[in-house]
Write a protein of this length. Structure first.
Lengths: 164, 105
């Protein structure tokens, strides 16, 4: 049947970016892990913290400038100047959210709740919190703990670490 | 694991260990498949999920996503993971006699 290789039993996924496209891959990987019965930890650091800051998590957006792979809805590459037009980022964000919804990918808050309910753990990085002057009260209620890097490695022990 | 004997009948499976022929499925076979997955007894809540999945499969041709399942079946995420520990989507599909779900969500 399946291969003889040892199965992955635990993943710890680091989310370091705060754009919608920076956050989703980590959430999809964590949820997918739980669906397969794999233990999952999410560790939000640097700008990735925005995904678990209660007041910001519903407002994550797409960056239309400096993204070489950005394309227009009909497949043509988006010229750099077009990305700078006011409203373009909002439009791209709206488009991606619409496409995600079609694929049944939930909005960030609902997705995190889903991961949490499935037994996944959600952590915030202490150093990044200090840097951005954030307190535990600023975070989404589902966040389990604020961790130092050392504590993160303890939680990740024996598993695979993914950086996104 | 192509052929296995269940309740005195030779049943064919695909390479993922899911039932090959949907029509061979019945509730008795589901109970046996559940035991293989470590679920000793299928409760009403299990059946709610299994029947919903089969319904969706017949309609759409794929097992539903967990999000859709929890929204429409009345079984929430926490309970779903309790009912089918270690991989609800795949396990429930297996017991329901459906192929491995194709989606990522």
């Amino acid at each position: 049947m399946a291969d003889q290789q040892e199965e992955i039993k635990k993943v710890s996924i680091i989310v370091s970016r705060g754009s919608l496209d920076g956050v989703y891959p980590g959430l999809i990987l964590a949820n997918g892990a739980r669906m397969e019965g794999i233990e999952a930890n999410l560790f939000f650091t640097f700008f990735g913290l925005d995904a678990i800051v209660d007041k910001r998590m519903d407002k994550l957006s797409i960056v239309t400038v400096g993204n070489a792979a950005m394309r227009l809805p009909w497949g043509q590459k988006m010229p750099t100047w077009l990305g700078t037009i006011p409203g373009m980022a909002a439009f791209a964000t709206w488009m991606m959210k619409k496409e995600m919804e079609k694929l049944d990918v939930p909005p960030v808050r609902e997705f995190l709740q889903m991961i949490k309910d499935s037994g996944g753990e959600i952590y915030a990085c202490k150093l990044a919190m200090d840097m951005f002057h954030l307190k535990k009260e600023d975070l989404w209620e589902g966040v389990s703990e604020v961790l130092t890097v050392g504590e993160f490695y303890q939680k990740a022990a024996g598993g695979t670490v993914l950086f996104t | 694991m192509p052929v296995k004997e269940i309740l005195g009948k030779m049943i064919e499976f695909d390479d993922d260990g899911h039932l090959k022929n949907l029509n061979e499925w019945n509730e008795e076979i589901a109970k046996e498949l559940a035991k293989e997955e470590g679920i000793a007894e299928l409760t009403d809540r299990h059946w709610l999920v299994i029947n919903y999945m089969r319904q969706e499969y017949q309609k759409v041709g794929d097992a539903p996503s967990i999000r859709k399942l929890t929204k429409e079946s009345g079984v929430d995420t926490k309970e779903l993971y309790q009912l089918f520990p270690k991989g609800p989507a795949k396990k429930a599909a297996k017991i329901a006699g459906l192929p491995k779900p194709k989606g990522c969500i």
